[in-house]
Design a protein around this ligand. Structure first.
Ligand code: PLP
Length: 502
């Protein structure tokens, strides 16, 4: 299987090369040349398989040059009882008769990024043995909070790699920041950027395209790669849980074979929902993909009008992992919807870079409207949703999942659509304790807790919900990282941390 760039100006490569590079040299994203179709009988045969086996049978279709033991080792190292606290890995919980919650936060950092970032470093290590280049790799990451920690956990002490994570200094939650600043590992660096997530992401993208940086690192025997959701090695593991959720619905007799379902996805960089689209391309019957945003609702507007315009106010919300105005993975969807028209895709991305917006044509918009629904939910509605679902169902939603839940409820009300629906749950409620506590505790109860870490215990006690192990005693861990830089200093910071300049 070959991988091509969405911009059409780079050579096609094998999966290993795509995973090692992250971004294609022409600035585009790597996409598989085709999507293998799973037949109904293959889906039925997955019913008896556990999550690891399902992952193997799906991922091998995209990684033909990985041997069976190589891929199986990657999967068992990523998803096991040490890394995930639920044997189902991505359990599907029934909320009401036709609404199910897909819990993707049972991994080491309590957010869904673990699903991908436990796999990527293992895929990376195997890829190094297959590719032309055998140098050391510097993984650069821009994070809105959850990716950073998950990437650090995935790559810590992985031979031949160093990882540098940039996070917006004032744009992540207290728990997220503490998780990153206490990160252990001999090859890890964490840096706060004085700016927002888009500044950090733009800075990292510039470094990847900076010929001088590439040259300086090459002299030191290093190449750069990305653990952001633009890396194919992150998207691929995400396809698995959509297929797995569908198979679970079939197994529980919630749906008949070939009956369509909806997926509602709290969306930021468009990686998670793109994986749902890819699962539909592989034969999972999908009625609607419902794209849920917070007040940074650039995707809602885009999916309604066809104009993507990032020139708008940026809001810091209580669902910070979705505080994004440039959703990079949308480029991959446009590539598919234009039938691989790299000229048009490049033009739009050029406009986005230069002018801050682009508008897709009517045929593309029509396809978007056929499959996608989109809406957004502001902070006060998000809190209200957490409170209502807790009171009615005794299910505690985190802020991101609550955005998705509210958007779904609205959609259901105005459309009357009762198709069985999976709400994708992307974080443990304890990862965003401060906001969740505001929704379900009284102000006295909150005031009694001294800080966010005490509040975790208060929330756990009052709701009688278990705190995920990675979030226990976080405040007692030593701070190991303290670097901060301006958004214009990111390249120099990389060189300094690697010891290439002083
Ligand atoms: C990253 C993240 C999202 C957004 O996912 P995308 O793939 O960027 O669309 C949503 N919720 C949580 C908790 C996240 O960490």
């Amino acid at each position: 299987m070959n991988y091509r760039s969405t911009r059409g100006q780079s050579d096609q490569v094998l999966a290993a090369e795509a995973i090692l590079r992250g971004l294609a040299p022409d600035g585009g994203l790597y996409v598989p040349e085709l999507f293998p179709i799973l037949s109904v009988s293959e889906l039925i045969s997955l019913k008896k398989a556990n999550y690891q086996e399902r992952a193997f049978r799906i991922m091998r279709l995209f990684l033909p040059e990985f041997s069976e033991p190589e891929l199986k080792n990657c999967i068992s190292a990523a998803y096991n009882h040490n890394t995930f606290d639920d044997p189902a890995v991505a359990p599907l919980k029934q909320l009401t008769s036709d609404v199910h919650i897909l819990e993707l936060w049972h991994g080491p950092t309590s957010a869904f990024k673990d699903m991908a970032l436990q796999m990527l470093p293992r895929l990376h290590m195997v890829s190094v043995t297959k590719a032309v280049q055998t140098q050391g790799t510097v993984i650069l990451v821009a994070t809105s909070g959850d990716t950073g920690k998950a990437a650090l956990e995935g790559f810590k002490n992985v031979d031949g790699t160093q990882i540098i994570v940039f996070y917006p200094q004032d744009g992540v939650s207290e728990v997220q920041k503490q998780q990153m600043l206490t990160q252990e590992g001999s090859n890890v660096f964490v840096v706060g950027v004085l700016g927002n997530f888009d500044d950090a992401q733009t800075g990292v993208k510039q470094i990847f395209n900076d010929q001088e940086m590439i040259g300086l690192l090459a002299e030191a025997g290093l190449t750069m790669s990305s653990a952001n959701s633009i890396n194919w090695g992150r998207l691929l593991p995400q396809i698995v849980y959509y297929i797995s959720a569908y198979v679970d619905l079939m197994s529980d007799d919630q749906i008949n074979n070939q009956m369509p379902v909806n997926f509602t996805v709290p969306t930021g960089n468009f990686g998670n929902i793109l994986a749902a689209y890819y699962a539909s391309r592989m034969g999972i019957p999908v009625h609607k993909l419902i794209c849920a945003s917070n007040s940074n609702n650039v995707l809602t507007d885009f999916l309604h009008t066809g104009e993507y315009n990032r020139q708008r106010d940026f809001f810091q919300t209580i669902s910070p992992s979705m505080d994004i105005l440039i959703s990079s993975n949308l480029e991959r969807l446009l590539y598919e919807l234009t039938d691989h028209d790299t000229t048009r895709v490049s033009g739009w991305m050029h406009n986005l870079n230069q002018a801050g917006y682009y508008t897709v044509d009517a045929p593309v918009l029509k396809q978007l409207h056929q499959l996608f629904e989109a809406d957004f939910c502001d902070d006060s509605k998000t809190l209200q949703t957490i409170r209502e679902v807790w009171n009615q169902e005794q299910y505690l939603l985190d802020t991101h999942t609550a955005v998705a839940f509210q958007v779904y409820q609205n959609y259901r009300k105005f459309s009357g659509d009762t198709t069985p629906t999976v709400i994708v749950s992307t974080a443990s409620p304890f990862k965003f304790t401060h906001s969740v506590a505001r929704a379900v505790l009284s102000s006295e109860q909150i005031a009694e807790a001294g800080n966010e870490f005490d509040l975790i215990n208060t929330l756990a006690k009052i709701t009688d919900q278990p705190v995920p192990l990675p979030l226990c005693n976080l405040d007692q861990k030593p701070i190991l990282h303290s670097s901060v830089c301006q958004k214009t200093e990111m390249a120099d910071t990389v060189l300094k941390l690697l010891g290439l300049i002083s």
